[in-house]
Structure formats: structure tokens, C-alpha cells
Design a protein around this ligand. Structure first.
Ligand code: BG6
Length: 314
């Protein structure tokens, strides 16, 4: 799994949990815990951490790791009868050494393939047979790509439906200096208002209090601008029409045992998701959902991403 250009190493992480470390030749890296199939670190070629993981994160089952990129499957949040965000994030995944071929070319890239199949206990709470294959790839420019392939392997002829999210926690310098572009004017369901539907106003999204919204039918590209860090995250997605934006703010932060009281200032979740319309698979069918993250240095001032706004002077 390694070449002279890139490396992929299986080693022990916190509490002796297995993790895979991906390294790219220019120095960027990523870490993936087999517990949860969860990316917990993504660093650029200066060694700067780009994802948020709480200082109070508990790296111990059954609690999901607070930060990085938890996988929400087969249920997003409380949109169903399963535990919050489903169970994939607190199961042990295994390395898949012989995955079916991928259409994308991963040569010269550091990647790892993981797989999750249901245990007998899982079948009691969600009575479906599936294969969930996750490929995590670190691109040559340090981009981080996650591709999920979920296949219905039921032998009883039954379809199943699920909701899904890559629950990405971005590390930001100061939440009050952050804006999200690409979600303006869209409809969203507000989790803080009994999932009622509203329409976002025209401006880019900024943060002054708790936010927990599911934006619907979003564009494939969303930008998260961190003015203080002079960094822009670009999230590209495929197969995932929705985008969740979450920051717990101070009151909810205090209520979470595995999250520091002030840490809400330094994180923002923007989650490529399929929530409003669950994905349904017949036996033998496979679904794919892809998220690609890049972090680019920027000197963006408000509105510079959109030349139209600069012209209008708003
Ligand atoms: O604490 P958890 O289960 O990891 O969930 C964190 C948050 O995850 C977000 O995706 C949800 O929209 C929020 O409602 C939820 O509070």
C-alpha cells in the first residue's frame, strides 16, 4: 500500500485504537480511526490541522469521537427510530484489502479502503444486510476525498432506505470571522424550530448564535471562508444533495460532556448529506456519495469570492 511518493501506515492511536495514517509526498497527512471509520486529522503541508477534534473527545466505545469526520449512517440525527446519527460512527470497521475497482484513479495517492458489514446485534436494530465501503484518499495537492459505496446485500428481496452525512468538523480561527458561501437563498429545515422549512436570505451565512440547519438541494460546491486565518475550505460533493450547518454555541457546548465550553468558537460543521429524501436501494443496488475537501490560502475580504458582490459594493 505504499510507494516512494506516499505512505499508508496502520498504527495505534489514542487508547490503543487502530488508526491508519496517510502521508503525501509534500507533507500533508490524514488519520483514519477504524473505530467509526472516522477521519480524525487532516493536515496541510505546513503541518497545520484543518479539522477540529475536541480536547475532551472520548476515544472509547460506545461514544462516537467528537470531531473529525464522523459518518452518519443509516440515519442522520433523529430522522428515524435509530440512535442519533445511526450506528456506523460507533462500530469497528475493517480494512478492505480487495475492494471492487474504483472508477477514479488513485495511483500516486495515499488511500485506504475500509468496510463495514452488520453484526448479528446490528441486524436486530436495523434488519438489513449491506456492505458499506469507504475509501479515504489524500490527493497530491493535499485534498481529502471520501467516497462511500453502500450496497444492499439482502437475500430476502427487501429494499432498504437510509439517510446519510459526512459530519465534517472544520477547524476555524474564530467562528465570528467565518462565512459560508453557496447556501444563500436556499430552503432549509431548522432543527431548532421543529424541522420547519424556511428560506435563507440573500447574504452569505455568518454566525452569531446556535445554528442547526439542513439546507436542501444545495450546489455541489460550498466555500467556508475563515478571514482571520486567511484560509478558505472548499467542499465539493456528489450524490449528497443536502448540507447541514451546525454550531452548538455556548449553551449547548456546556451541555456536552465531550466538548469544551469555549470550543464552539473554533469549529464549524458543514456536512454533505442526504436527509430530506432518503436513499432507497433494492437488493444488489449500490449508492455512491462523495465529498472532496480542499483548503486554499486566501486573502478574501467579505464578498471577494463573488465578483458580482464586489461590483455592487455590498
Ligand atoms: O452530539 P451528536 O450526536 O454528535 O450530534 C451533534 C449535532 O450534529 C448535527 O449534525 C445535528 O444537526 C445536531 O442536531 C446535533 O446536535
Amino acid at each position: 500500500m505504499s510507494s516512494e511518493r506516499v505512505s499508508v501506515e496502520l498504527c495505534k492511536g489514542i487508547n490503543g485504537l487502530d488508526k491508519v495514517v496517510l502521508r503525501e509526498v509534500r507533507g500533508s497527512s490524514a488519520e483514519v480511526y477504524l473505530y467509526g471509520g472516522q477521519v480524525t486529522s487532516w493536515k496541510n503541508d505546513h503541518g497545520e490541522e484543518l479539522l477540529f477534534v475536541s480536547n475532551k473527545a472520548i476515544f472509547k466505545p460506545p461514544k462516537a469521537i467528537r470531531g473529525g469526520i464522523p459518518i452518519c449512517f443509516p440515519q442522520f440525527a433523529s430522522h428515524g427510530s435509530l440512535e442519533q446519527h445511526g450506528f456506523a460512527r460507533n462500530r469497528f470497521w475493517t480494512i478492505d484489502n480487495d475492494p471492487p475497482p474504483f472508477p477514479t484513479n488513485s495511483s500516486n495517492k495515499a488511500f485506504v479502503d475500509l468496510i463495514l458489514r452488520p453484526s448479528e446485534e446490528d441486524m436486530k436494530i436495523w434488519p438489513h444486510s449491506y456492505e458499506f465501503r469507504l475509501r479515504v484518499t489524500l490527493g497530491s495537492g493535499g485534498d481529502l476525498m471520501l467516497t462511500s459505496r453502500i450496497r444492499n446485500t439482502n437475500t430476502d428481496g427487501k429494499s432498504f432506505s437510509f439517510t446519510f452525512a459526512y459530519h465534517t468538523y472544520f477547524s476555524v480561527s474564530d467562528i465570528s470571522e467565518v462565512r459560508v458561501e453557496g447556501l444563500e437563498t436556499l430552503d432549509y429545515l431548522d432543527n431548532l424550530k421543529e424541522k420547519q422549512r424556511f428560506t435563507e436570505q440573500g447574504d452569505a451565512i455568518t454566525f452569531e448564535f446556535e445554528v442547526d440547519k439542513i439546507y436542501l438541494s444545495t450546489p455541489t460546491k460550498i466555500a467556508i471562508l475563515d478571514h482571520e486565518k486567511k484560509r478558505t475550505f472548499v467542499l465539493r460533493k456528489d450524490g449528497l444533495p443536502d448540507a447541514v450547518v451546525w454550531n452548538p454555541w455556548d449553551r449547548k457546548a456546556k451541555a456536552m460532556a465531550d466538548f469544551g465550553d469555549d470550543e464552539y468558537k473554533h469549529m464549524l460543521c458543514v456536512e454533505a448529506a442526504a436527509v430530506e429524501k432518503p436513499i432507497t436501494l433494492k437488493p444488489g443496488e449500490e449508492w455512491r456519495g462523495r465529498q472532496e475537501l480542499s483548503a486554499v490560502p486566501s486573502s478574501y475580504c467579505s464578498g471577494q469570492l463573488d465578483p458580482q458582490r464586489v461590483l455592487l459594493g455590498s
